[in-house]
Design a protein around this ligand. Structure first.
Ligand code: NI
Length: 188
């Protein structure tokens, strides 16, 4: 199973590479990685397991973070109660070869900033991203889908797509005024 020690260190150059497109049908290696990525996200959001294995909770993970420079990421986005137990699953999907087709000019940023499993410290500041995105991707069978997301779901997805382009969240933070939103940015 994947634990934090499987993550590439923050200064590993793989996190700054543009990841390779994935060929279909998937190799056994790719299938195994995808299964483990999904399992990791679920484990990381299951309090007893996360505590036992020292997992930082994560909503998304991208293959380059695990040392594999391929265009694959997984998202497991849930709602949970005050004990941290999952009450509803909003996105549970593996995204392969994603491509942003359209995005809004308006931007959104999370009021508390962003974090990343590859960055073992907090980097304060707003991370403005297009508020709405339309992108296409392939599922594990190679079938193409087009999805439109907004606000939190769009932010999470763009954070992961960035990993496939060698971009980290703090690249988007304004170094002079990290907590200042411009007129074009809504703070969520
Ligand atoms: Ni990340």
């Amino acid at each position: 199973m994947i634990t934090m020690k499987n993550f590439a260190a923050e200064d590993d150059p793989i996190l700054r590479e543009v990841a390779e497109p994935v060929q279909f049908p998937l190799s056994e290696e790719d299938e195994k990685l995808i299964e483990e990525m999904r399992e990791f996200l679920i484990n990381s959001q299951t309090p007893e397991i996360a505590e036992k294995y020292n997992l930082r909770p994560g909503v998304g993970v991208a293959a380059p973070q695990l040392g594999v420079s391929k265009q694959i990421f997984a998202i497991y986005l849930t709602e949970f109660d005050e004990d941290g137990n999952v009450t509803d699953v909003i996105i549970d999907e593996v995204f392969i070869n994603p491509r942003i087709l359209k995005h809004s000019v308006k931007k959104a940023a999370l009021s508390e900033g962003e974090g990343c499993l590859s960055v073992p410290r907090s980097v304060p500041g707003l991370v403005p991203r297009p508020r709405r995105v339309t992108f296409e991707y392939q599922d594990i069978e190679g079938v193409f889908y087009e999805v439109k997301l907004s606000d939190y779901e769009a932010i999470v997805t763009q954070h992961e797509i960035d990993h496939l382009k060698g971009i980290l969240f703090y690249d988007h933070i304004n170094p002079e005024k990290p907590w200042e939103a411009d007129d074009n940015t809504i703070v969520l």
